[in-house]
Design a protein around this ligand. Sequence first.
Ligand code: UDP
Ligand code: MG
Length: 231
Amino acid sequence: MLCVLLILTMGCALRRVALVPTAETRGNVVVVATKTTKPRVIFCLGGPGAGKGTQCERLADFGYVHLSAGDLLRRERASGSADGDLIESYISEGRIVPVALSLGLLRKEMERLDAARFVIDGFPRNQDNLDGWKDLMTDFHVDCVLFYEVPVEELVKRMLSRGETSGRSDDTVSVAEKRIATFNDATMPLIDHWERTGEIKVIRIPGDRDVEEVWHLTKAAIEPYLAPCEE
Ligand code: UDP
Ligand code: MG
């Protein structure tokens, strides 16, 4: 039975919107949007070099504002901030900076942009990050986690090839290994936890394929969370 409940959006995708419960069928895809008046968030995770940034940027086509936690930290470091040295000490060791800092930057940017939908790339990366999010971000609704799976050898290959042009101090063999270890030790347990508890839906996407193929899978993954937006 075709079940269409009222779909209501106020304002365009780049402004906050009020959503009412929605369920509709598009083709054979059931679209379910959780009842929320809060801005909506998708977390995007995967090992270093998994292609998070590439895929997240494309989500702008669907009204998502892409925020990379790593980019915000690098920008803060470059701004001459008093936290610059601290940030560098964590990044250059492939470790995860204290949540107060990363989440503070994310929150400030999310408030400044005042968008209806965000895709947050590279956060939360450990339990400390997640605890901080749960404490301080109750005014945002998390729809799901996109998790890009790529074998370690491919991650290393990509980081080193990116290092030829990125100018990033952590795209080197020694830091690459540390970043992968951090990902396995600190981030993977979050994925396992969400999958075990169902607290947040995790959508695993093979990230070792052609960019267009991964994009096709990404679009299909987020489709259930899209609701029309009136101008
Ligand atoms: N980082 C962090 N907290 C975050 C995001 C990034 O501490 O929430 C640090 C961490 O040291 C990480 C580095 O920034 O290794 C680079 O992160 P980015 O997400 O830019 O790397 P990617 O995974 O995209 O290669
Ligand atoms: Mg990135």
